[in-house]
Design a protein around this ligand. Structure first.
Ligand SMILES: [Zn+2]
Length: 444
């Protein structure tokens, strides 16, 4: 009993998480292509990851798997032949999914293909054009202002051809076939918080979970944003039926407080477990209502699926200036924040794993705790808190309340309630209610 207790026994250095993000940082990822494959292979070196390839042109619901994009080089050269914008220096310099181009053109013409951020003149923006054939370069506004008239040589040595969309899946079987889904997008190039923080935490989470006995089965997906989730949902209807709870992990390495966006159903067990854990985590946090815009929860929570999947973040995407710019770099994410995010995820799964319902075997007035040697402290929480937790568990274990219900109503932590239930159970005062008590709100 107690995934979190097991976690706290081990060493989980944020530095390891950060250095994994640093290893992945230089790779030019996209929604398809070799950068994505290389990233998945590096994740595969750490966890049992199965890598899948879905051919371009495959119909996935209302979408089509796009052509595969790969890039070797890209630059803008000035009249003296100097590379003034160089993909080899920073992969954000290229509009992601740019079609190949080799041309010479005057500055006025080139400018219609340049993207900058006037409000942050030193940063390079991150831009994509996945579904509209285009090419372009991203550079700092300061650099663009310094460009003088003349003929520039532009080269984007990319290919956009029939190939595959690649995604990775790590399945960790538990006692039950009912599943917890963890989903992280892996399609952003050198961006640390938006992409690498989520996938580093998801990797370490899978590594930790794989070493423990689990009640639920866990499926950790590393997929390109939007099209990856749509493709996975279209091709895995069998697995979808088993999903009971899910979390999209993204942007969890920065110094901001936690934000949790509820699932579409709003009051699913994952929503309540996460809100409960956040309320007791000792860090600033906010629970947000569902909205149909954001990360891949949009697909999991589309009405046809309506899965109980929420999204865990620190700072919310789009609300911090570094979002989708070169300033979302390895300094923007911190080892300590990554480690705390990992622990928070374990705390949430700790609740899901142990959220059960019990039946008080002595429901007519309180059982006499003293004569059972239960009016004592086990040395965990304070005496009062321990006794209070036992009384709450006894009172609400009427077949209608789960341990999470009791934790919410009592204001005590889930761990305190779970430990009390364990002790009362060992002393014959509770029996566990088995059977289909795992609620699946929202699922038809
Ligand atoms: Zn993004």
């Amino acid at each position: 009993m107690g995934l979190l207790k097991e976690f706290d026994k081990g060493q989980h250095a944020g530095n390891d998480l950060h250095s994994f993000a640093a290893e992945l940082y230089p790779i030019c990822r996209s929604i398809t292509g070799n950068g994505l494959r290389r990233t998945l292979t590096m994740i595969q070196n750490r966890i049992p990851l199965q890598i899948f390839e879905v051919p371009s042109g495959t119909q996935v619901f209302d979408w089509t798997v796009p052509k595969e994009w790969n890039i070797r080089d890209a630059y803008i050269k000035d009249t003296s032949g100097n590379r003034i914008v160089d993909f080899q220096q920073c992969n954000l310099h290229v509009l992601n999914y740019s079609v190949p181009v080799r041309a010479a053109m005057p500055l006025a013409e080139l400018k219609s293909h340049l993207f900058t951020l006037p409000e942050h003149p030193d940063w390079i923006p991150y831009r994509t054009s996945y579904y509209k054939p285009d090419w372009g370069f991203c550079l700092s506004h300061k650099q663009m202002l310094g460009l003088t008239d003349g003929i520039y040589e532009v080269c984007i040595d990319s290919t956009l051809e029939d190939g595959h969309l690649t995604y990775g899946e790590c399945y960790l079987p538990g006692k039950s076939k009912a599943e917890v889904l963890i989903s992280a997008h892996v399609c952003h190039p050198s961006l640390a918080n938006d992409n690498l923080s989520g996938l580093a935490v998801a990797t370490f989470l899978a590594q930790f979970l794989s070493k423990h006995d689990l009640r639920y089965s866990y499926r950790v997906l590393f997929i390109p944003g939007t099209i990856g989730a749509i493709t996975w949902l279209a091709q895995n209807s069998e697995a979808v039926c088993h999903i009971r709870h899910g979390l999209v992990l993204t942007g969890i390495g920065d110094s901001g407080g936690f934000h949790y966006k509820r699932s579409r159903c709003g009051n699913a067990e994952i929503d309540r477990a996460t809100a409960h854990v956040l309320g007791h985590c000792g860090e600033p946090s906010e629970v947000l209502e569902f909205s149909p815009y954001g990360y891949d929860e949009r697909q999991y929570c589309s009405p046809g699926f309506n899965l109980s999947v929420g999204c865990l973040m620190r700072s919310v995407w789009g609300t911090f200036p570094e979002y989708h710019t070169s300033a979302d770099n390895l300094d923007f994410i911190q080892p300590r924040q990554l480690a705390r995010s990992l622990r928070l995820c374990v705390s949430i799964f700790d609740v899901l794993e142990d959220n059960r319902s019990y039946l008080n075997q002595n429901p007519y007035c309180e059982p006499q705790l003293g004569k059972r040697n239960l009016y004592r402290s086990t040395g965990g929480d304070s005496f009062d808190k321990e006794i209070t937790a036992r009384l709450w568990v006894l009172n609400l274990s009427d077949g209608e309340h789960s341990l999470l219900d009791i934790a919410e109503r009592s204001g005590l932590t889930f761990a305190a309630i779970r430990d009390a239930a364990g002790l009362l159970y060992e002393n014959g005062l509770l029996t566990e209610i088995t059977g289909p008590r795992i609620s699946t709100p929202g699922r038809k």
